[in-house]
Design a protein around this ligand. Structure first.
Ligand code: NAD
Length: 339
C-alpha cells in the first residue's frame, strides 16, 4: 500500500472500524494543496481490504485532478465503506462514519457516491458538518449527467464533426443515478440508445421509457456504436476490452475508466477519441463543492457550462501534440497540483 501511495503521491490514508455498527471504512486524502480534500463516499462490497484501499487511493487521486482541472478551490479525497451484508442499522453505520469524518477536522469533506444516497449523507450530517449532498443540499447525479451530456456533444463535435446527437448510436453501460439521467437526455436529443446494466429492472425501464435497445452487459463493449459511454463502476478499459471496442469515441461518467495510461495510448492508436473521465464527469464535484461553499445555482450552472469547452481544449492539445487526451489532461492537472 505504501508503494501505491508513493507512486500516486497520496498524502494520507485513514482506516476506521466501529464494531457495534459493523463499520469498516477507508478515507484517503490525496492532496489538499488547493483546498480541503473533497470526495464521495462509496458503499460497495470488496473482494478484500486491500482492494477497498486501492480503490480509495486511485479514486482520491482522480478527485484531485478533477478539482484542479475544474478550477475548484478543493483538494481530492475519497471514502470507501466496505458493504457488509449483515449490517442491521444502516443509519447508525453512516452516523458512526460521520463521527470519524469529524475527527479529520474539515481536512476531508464527503458526499454521495456509488452505493450511497442523500439519506445516508443526512445520517453522516448527524455527526459532522463536513458533508454535503444531504437531502437539503441535493443529489449531484443530475448535474454530473448534465456535464457528461454536454461533454458527449463536444466529443461528437471533435470526432464526428457535429454535435447534433440525432440518430447517433450511444451505448450506455450502467443505468444508475448518472447513467439513467444521461440516457434520458440522450433520448430527448434523438440519440439511438443501446443499454446494459447488471440490474435487469433498470434495463427494462430504459427500454420502456427511452425505446432503448437492451444488450447483455458482457456484450456491450463490442457492440458497434458511435459513442461508448461507461457509466458503471470500476475500470472498464483495459488492454483486452479496448481491442473489442467498435466505436468512434468513449465518453462517460464512470470514474477511473482506464486501468493504466498505456490503455489510453492503445485507444489513440485505434483512432478512438477518449474523453478523460475526470474532465467530462466533473459536474457532480462542481455541484457538491460549490453547494458546500454556499454558492448560488447561477454560479454552479455557469461553472458546469465550462465542461465542454475544457474538453474541447484538451482534445485540441491532444491533436496538436499527437498524444492521447488522457495524457494531456494528466499533464495539465499535475502542473496545477505540483507546478
Ligand atoms: P450507481 O451506483 O447509481 O450506478 C451504477 C450502475 O452501474 C448500477 O446500476 C450498476 O448495476 C451498474 N453497473 C455496474 N457495473 C456494470 C457493468 N459492468 N455493466 C453494466 N452495468 C454496470 O452509480 P452512479 O452514481 O450512477 O455513478 C456511476 C459512475 O459515475 C461511478 O463510476 C461514479 O463514481 C461516477 N460518478 C458519479 C457521480 C455522481 O454524482 N453520482 C459524479 C461523477 C462520477
Amino acid at each position: 500500500m505504501f508503494a501505491l501511495m508513493q507512486s500516486t503521491r497520496t498524502q494520507s490514508l485513514h482506516l476506521f472500524i466501529d464494531p457495534p455498527t459493523g463499520l469498516k471504512a477507508v478515507v484517503v486524502i490525496h492532496n489538499d494543496q488547493l483546498g480541503p480534500a473533497m470526495g464521495g463516499c462509496r458503499y460497495l462490497p470488496y473482494a478484500d481490504d486491500e482492494s477497498a484501499m486501492t480503490d480509495a487511493i486511485r479514486l482520491a487521486q482522480g478527485m484531485s485532478y478533477k478539482a484542479a482541472l475544474a478550477g475548484l478551490p478543493m483538494g481530492g479525497g475519497k471514502a470507501v465503506i466496505v458493504r457488509n451484508p449483515h449490517v442491521e442499522n444502516r443509519a447508525a453505520l453512516f452516523e458512526a462514519f460521520g463521527r470519524f469524518v469529524d475527527t479529520l477536522q474539515g481536512r476531508f469533506i464527503t458526499a454521495v457516491d456509488s452505493g450511497t444516497s442523500t439519506l445516508d449523507m443526512d445520517c453522516i450530517a448527524q455527526a459532522t458538518a463536513h458533508v454535503t449532498s444531504t437531502t437539503a443540499s441535493g443529489d449531484p447525479s443530475p448535474h454530473a449527467a448534465m456535464g457528461v451530456f454536454a461533454g458527449i456533444r463536444a466529443t461528437s463535435m471533435a470526432r464526428l464533426g457535429s454535435d447534433n446527437l440525432e440518430g447517433l448510436r450511444v451505448a450506455v453501460q450502467g443505468l444508475g443515478n448518472v447513467g439513467y439521467a444521461l440516457a434520458e437526455q440522450l433520448h430527448v436529443a434523438g440519440a439511438e440508445l443501446l443499454v446494459s446494466d447488471l440490474d435487469s429492472g433498470k434495463v427494462r425501464l430504459a427500454v420502456e421509457q427511452f425505446n432503448a435497445q437492451p444488450v447483455a452487459h458482457e456484450a456491450l463493449v463490442s457492440t458497434p456504436c458511435d459513442i461508448f459511454a461507461p457509466c458503471g463502476v470500476g475500470p472498464v478499459l483495459n488492454g483486452q476490452s479496448v481491442m473489442q471496442l467498435r466505436c468512434a469515441a468513449v465518453a462517460g461518467s464512470a470514474n477511473n475508466q482506464l486501468t493504466t495510461l498505456q490503455v489510453a495510448d492503445q485507444l489513440e492508436k485505434r483512432g478512438i477519441l477518449y474523453a478523460p473521465d475526470y474532465v467530462i464527469n466533473a459536474g457532480g464535484l462542481i455541484y457538491v463543492a460549490l453547494t458546500y461553499r454556499g454558492e448560488s445555482l447561477t454560479t454552479i450552472t455557469s461553472h458546469l457550462a465550462r465542461i465542454p469547452s475544457r474538453l474541447t481544449e484538451v482534445f485540441a492539445h491532444a491533436q496538436a501534440e499527437k498524444r492521447s487526451p488522457a495524457r494531456v489532461a494528466h499533464t495539465l492537472a499535475e502542473r496545477l497540483l505540483y507546478g
